[in-house]
Design a protein around this ligand. Structure first.
Ligand code: NAG
Ligand code: NAG
Length: 460
């Protein structure tokens, strides 16, 4: 066994050179100059096999030519992850990373890590009780520590590759120049894992443009350097001021004495986007109550449209009709109450079901800001879905991605949420009023807000 490996080492040294040249994306040799491949080859068999996901990746990684050359020199053994493993069990973010053209090297290394430049049939597996065997793979990496694959036997005699993947179809394909074993999961060499972690960290940093932070004047609550406002902004760039500064003052909102930056940056037709999503809710079915509220509360719809026009993004957690039906008339009848409830269901971020599910899975619990300052809504993973809220008032993400247009995302939930400790779950009371309000767009509501908060001992 070992002599076979060391014999193969020389060949690997040859391939170190061959792969480096052949794996360049622009390197496309005309077929005639490359070696002729036998129709009986294990490579042809791989492309015809049920390992379609793996075959596709091998083609995407531009590895076919390299492998064609390899099989003329020596046998190869391929450990082929099942389609299931590559489709469903793979972290979508990792898959995206692998398919980015600039990460071609990582994809190539990953795939070559599944191939041994020698013939290792299931009879050649190390016996039970004996030491495991290490084989060099076709994976070529600067570190070189990384490209060895361990073959071993599990407790109940099952064949294991790389210490983690069970061989589920030993000797699945046998050809004169090599064979394929089906394995239950993808093998990830350490160098590729490290590349992924590094790129991901870099990605999250470079998503923020290296600019000086905008300075907000505390007196006017506007940007200090007005030049930066006049500077032409790229359409699609996020607004500099937090969303609360752009919101109209109202009973529930942050002290925002001045109207937001507003003005000339109307890159998006927010109003029609809001109309679109309300229509989508109506067509989707099961969300008529909410759509009704949004249509009736013109101020809310207008506000959302304005924010989207100014470049802000929103995620609406939309309670379905069943959830809305549980609201008592008391909870809805007070002026301002429906608005309060709605603002608590709007997150000033663009989140999709996938992004929320990924964060709760990764971090356990996540708090999202809402447009109802200062209240946040908690989210956690539960039963393979996202659960919002805490205590008694919780809601599951029920209808994912009802509407997603890149700026507004609507996620259906099966409950109505209330801030923790708020009285509204039981008694409705529009929350605190802002200290300063320059523009009393909701004078009526303010009065009510003041009477009620007055009753709770706060000054207005
Ligand atoms: C592959 O292995 C078979 C059986 O061991 C052997 O006959 C054949 O010559 C090998 N092919 C190459 C290219 O080394
Ligand atoms: C919306 O307005 C219509 C007509 O004024 C009314 O019938 C309906 O009950 C209102 N819906 C809600 C949820 O307030």
């Amino acid at each position: 066994m070992d002599s076979q490996i060391y014999g193969a080492l020389n060949l690997i040294m040859f391939f170190l050179a061959a792969i480096n040249v052949n794996s360049l994306p622009q390197h496309v040799l005309p077929k005639s100059t490359s070696t002729q491949i036998s129709s009986n080859s294990v490579l042809v068999a791989l492309l015809d096999s049920h390992y379609t996901e793996l075959s596709e990746l091998v083609e995407k990684a531009l590895l076919l030519q390299t492998l064609e050359q390899a099989v003329t020199q020596h046998n190869i053994t391929i450990f082929a992850p099942s389609n299931e493993a590559l489709e469903r069990q793979m972290d979508p973010e990792f898959k995206r990373f692998l398919l980015e053209p600039r990460n071609l090297k990582s994809l190539q290394n990953l795939l070559m890590y599944h191939m041994i430049p020698a013939r290792v049939g299931s009879n050649d597996w190390p016996r039970e009780g004996t030491d495991s065997a290490h084989h060099n793979t076709l994976c070529v990496d600067e570190s070189e520590s990384d490209n060895r694959l361990m073959l071993s036997k599990g407790n109940s005699g099952e064949k294991i590759v790389g210490g983690v993947a069970r061989v589920v179809r030993p000797d699945d394909v046998i050809r004169p120049d090599g064979l394929i074993h089906g394995i239950e999961r993808l093998l990830v060499p350490q160098s590729v894992q490290e590349d992924f972690n590094r790129r991901r960290n870099l990605g999250s940093i470079s998503a923020v443009l290296p600019e000086g932070a905008p300075v907000v004047d505390p007196r006017t609550h506007r940007l200090k350097n007005s030049k930066s406002l006049k500077k032409p902004v790229t359409p699609g760039s996020p607004p500099a001021l937090p969303v609360y500064d752009a919101m109209a003052p109202g009973p529930s909102l942050a002290p925002a004495p001045a109207p937001g930056p507003g003005g000339a940056r109307h890159h998006f037709d927010g109003e029609s986007q809001v109309k679109d999503f309300i229509h989508t809710l109506l067509h989707y079915g099961g969300y008529n109550e909410l759509a009704d509220i949004l249509v009736n509360l013109t101020s809310l719809a207008t506000e959302m449209g304005k924010l989207v026009s100014e470049g802000y993004v929103l995620t609406v957690l939309a309670p379905n009709d069943e959830a809305m039906a549980k609201l008592t008339t008391d909870q809805l009848s007070d002026p301002g109450a429906p608005e309060q409830i709605m603002y608590y269901h709007i997150i000033p971020e663009y989140q999709t079901e996938e992004s929320m599910y990924n964060s709760v899975r990764r971090f356990g619990k996540v708090q999202y800001d809402t447009l109802r300052l200062p209240h946040k809504v908690a989210a956690e993973e539960a039963d393979g879905s996202v659960k919002f809220g805490q205590g008694e008032e919780t809601a599951y993400l029920f209808d994912p991605d009802i509407y997603t247009d890149g700026r507004i995302s609507v996620q259906g939930i099966d409950g109505v949420l209330f801030p923790v400790g708020s009285l509204e779950g039981k008694v409705v009371a529009p929350a605190t009023a802002p200290k300063v309000v320059t523009k009393q767009r909701r004078g009526k509501l303010m009065e009510i807000g003041c009477t009620i908060t007055g009753a709770f001992g706060q000054s207005c």
